[in-house]
Design a protein around this ligand. Structure first.
Ligand code: HEC
Ligand code: HEC
Ligand code: HEC
Ligand code: HEC
Ligand code: HEC
Ligand code: HEC
Ligand code: HEC
Ligand code: HEC
Ligand code: HEC
Length: 375
């Protein structure tokens, strides 16, 4: 190697190391977080009531000033909380969405923290009944902090969050359960009660099954729809895909649309959805079908036939099960018969979903398969 090249290499290396060292020092400096707002408020015993030091904004070193403005580096009270330093103080209720939106509507800013984070909360919010009410000056509706709190905010995935699935129903019920409040809007206050006794509420609140819907899974979070605008089949169909597909493609599905009937809700309800059973179909009084179909109609006849098909298959299943128990009692090989029983169970489950085609032939095809196996 020539001498000149050697010296230039040394020089390049030296400067690179120098630049690296300076950068490092700057990064370190950035990491020593001064937050005189916090220290003084703690000393003065004037911290906001609901403050949690692990609030997601505190974790990200956004400081009090991130939301309230002001200068978090000076210990001087007046200077720190001065208008010149951008201090905005305590927002009014109507100001809150844009107070939060300062960051949450800023895609470039938010992306630094999460590569995939929505920045449409504020615009969505103003399309909801809550946002529309707030715009008109209604002080009873939900704003950002009614659902999220102001100093106790966590990621929605954190069980401590007020909007963690298990906590959502109670967060909504803080207002929607209040009679005096909801009277002004002619709204019922039984949603939480009905919901918590439903198959969904029981799964979520008692069995911690976060696959079951909380209020926001049907109503939305920010761009919450007014209920009359919820396309119920679609809301329910997000989870019960086959039921929705069968129903919307059925003759009756089309008739429901024309008659402005409420899809799934018509037979299952919405807040009080209960566990189902075969007696919901048929011509007995407890069947859902007889609410609309009378003797002589095609729907009535179909209801009767479907119920008979389902009944026959279940009876076969039961007799195979009895047979299995006998075989087991005699200590004989039960592997094959157990396997067949599982298959029949599968046919039953499928047939019950196929009820939503409201087509006796389609249900019949499935029940026939099961009956063949049973025989
Ligand atoms: C040296 C002490 C001190 C510092 C520094 C300080 N504060 Fe305060 N702050 C107070 C005291 C004391 C009060 C309550 C007295 C009052 O209402 O003026 C207060 C009031 C507030 C209020 C309520 C105002 C209102 O209108 O009710 C907010 C919000 C606030 N501070 C935020 C901040 C933020 C953000 C910072 C940092 C940028 C900060 N404070 C820095 C002492 C301090
Ligand atoms: C995520 C945004 C946000 C952050 C971060 C934040 N605040 Fe607030 N703060 C609010 C909002 C919104 C209100 C008004 C609603 C309320 O009173 O809860 C408020 C109200 C206040 C009030 C007056 C009402 C009360 O509860 O006493 C004080 C004082 C205050 N904040 C101080 C602070 C201090 C000190 C910090 C930092 C430790 C801080 N805030 C961090 C959003 C924030
Ligand atoms: C009626 C209650 C409600 C109101 C009002 C509300 N939120 Fe939410 N927010 C939620 C729920 C519920 C979630 C959780 C969604 C989930 O589980 O993914 C959420 C999630 C979020 C998230 C996480 C990212 C996302 O979009 O899912 C942010 C950020 C957020 N909200 C900010 C805001 C802001 C800012 C406002 C005010 C403009 C606001 N929220 C108003 C209920 C609400
Ligand atoms: C100074 C900018 C700023 C302001 C103002 C602000 N936030 Fe945030 N907020 C953030 C950032 C950045 C994150 C993401 C932190 C992370 O992902 O680690 C966040 C996270 C959140 C989350 C959790 C999001 C998730 O992924 O689940 C919620 C909820 C939230 N903020 C609500 C609010 C509300 C409500 C207000 C107003 C009272 C508010 N924020 C004001 C910057 C801000
Ligand atoms: C701070 C109180 C408050 C909270 C918290 C709240 N709401 Fe509301 N909500 C209201 C008020 C008040 C109205 C009536 C607004 C109007 O009609 O102008 C309303 C309206 C609604 C409506 C429209 C009802 C109709 O038929 O007009 C739905 C749906 C709704 N809220 C769902 C929810 C859900 C879901 C949550 C929780 C994620 C929630 N709300 C949290 C106060 C609240
Ligand atoms: C499985 C879906 C689903 C869940 C979960 C759900 N809702 Fe609803 N909600 C609906 C439907 C659908 C309607 C529309 C009823 C109508 O228009 O006949 C509705 C109507 C409403 C209304 C308007 C008044 C009324 O009672 O008809 C409010 C308020 C409401 N829901 C709040 C809530 C709250 C609070 C929760 C959680 C405790 C919740 N909902 C859970 C589907 C759901
Ligand atoms: C977020 C997903 C989700 C949404 C949305 C949803 N469900 Fe469900 N649903 C479930 C889960 C999970 C279960 C099982 C709960 C359990 O039994 O543990 C269930 C159970 C049911 C059952 C009882 C099934 C049985 O075995 O008897 C019926 C009926 C039902 N849902 C109807 C509806 C209707 C109608 C809607 C719309 C108004 C709806 N669901 C919306 C997830 C959802
Ligand atoms: C005309 C009445 C009717 C309508 C409309 C209806 N169902 Fe059903 N649904 C039933 C009956 C009857 C059963 C019981 C079938 C059985 O067990 O034999 C049932 C059972 C169910 C079950 C449990 C069985 C299974 O498939 O897992 C779910 C989940 C369900 N329905 C969801 C829905 C959804 C989602 C919609 C809307 C897309 C809907 N239903 C529309 C009558 C109806
Ligand atoms: C909310 C009212 C309502 C309920 C509940 C209802 N139906 Fe219907 N159904 C209708 C309407 C409306 C039509 C279209 C007009 C007609 O053919 O009677 C229809 C049509 C039908 C048809 C098609 C008839 C043809 O012309 O080919 C069948 C089959 C049917 N329904 C079966 C059922 C069964 C089975 C149930 C119970 C699980 C049921 N329906 C529950 C309202 C309902």
């Amino acid at each position: 190697m020539r001498k000149e090249t050697f010296y230039s290499l040394i020089i390049i290396l030296f400067f690179s190391a120098l630049i690296f060292a300076v950068q490092n020092e700057e990064e370190n400096k950035e990491h020593i977080v001064v937050n005189t707002c916090l220290t003084c408020h703690q000393e003065e015993d004037s911290m906001p009531e609901n403050f949690h030091e692990e609030d997601i904004h505190m974790q990200e070193d956004l400081s009090c000033a991130g939301c309230h403005g002001g200068d978090p580096t000076t210990e001087d009270e007046d200077e720190s909380m001065s208008e010149e330093k951008g201090f905005v103080g305590v927002p009014t209720k109507a100001e809150i969405p844009n107070f939060c939106g300062k960051c949450h509507s800023d895609f470039t800013f938010m992306r630094k923290y999460q590569t995939r984070i929505a920045t449409d909360q504020v615009s969505q919010f103003y399309t909801s009944p809550h946002g529309k009410g707030l715009k008109k000056g209604d002080k009873n509706v939900a704003d950002c902090i009614s659902c999220h709190t102001s100093h106790n905010i966590f990621s929605a995935k954190d069980p401590r969050s007020t909007v963690y699935p298990l906590n959502v129903p109670r967060t909504c019920n803080n207002c929607h359960g209040k009679k005096l409040l909801m009277m002004n809007y002619n709204l019922k206050t039984d949603q939480f009660k009905k919901y918590s006794e439903s198959v969904h509420g029981n799964a979520l609140l008692n069995k911690n099954d976060i696959g079951a819907p909380a209020c926001n899974d049907c109503h939305g979070n920010h761009g919450m729809n007014a209920p009359e605008a919820i396309s119920v089949s679609h809301v329910c169909g997000a989870c019960h895909l086959h039921n929705m597909e069968y129903f919307t493609e059925s003759k009756m599905g089309h008739a429901f649309k024309e008659n402005d009937f409420h899809g799934c809700e018509q037979c299952h309800g919405h807040h009080a959805v209960q566990k189902t059973n075969d007696d919901m179909v048929g011509i007995d009084e407890i069947s859902t079908c007889v609410n609309c179909h009378e003797k002589g109609e095609k729907g009535y006849a179909a209801a009767d036939t479907i119920r008979t098909y389902l009944g026959n298959l279940v009876a076969k299943y039961d007799s195979v099960k009895t047979r299995l128990e006998e075989v087991q009692a005699q200590g004989m090989n039960d592997i094959e018969i157990s396997y067949l029983l599982k298959e029949i169970k599968h046919n039953i489950v499928k047939a019950r979903t196929l009820v939503h085609t409201f087509d006796q032939n389609k249900v019949g095809e499935e029940t026939d398969k099961g009956i063949k196996i049973a025989e």
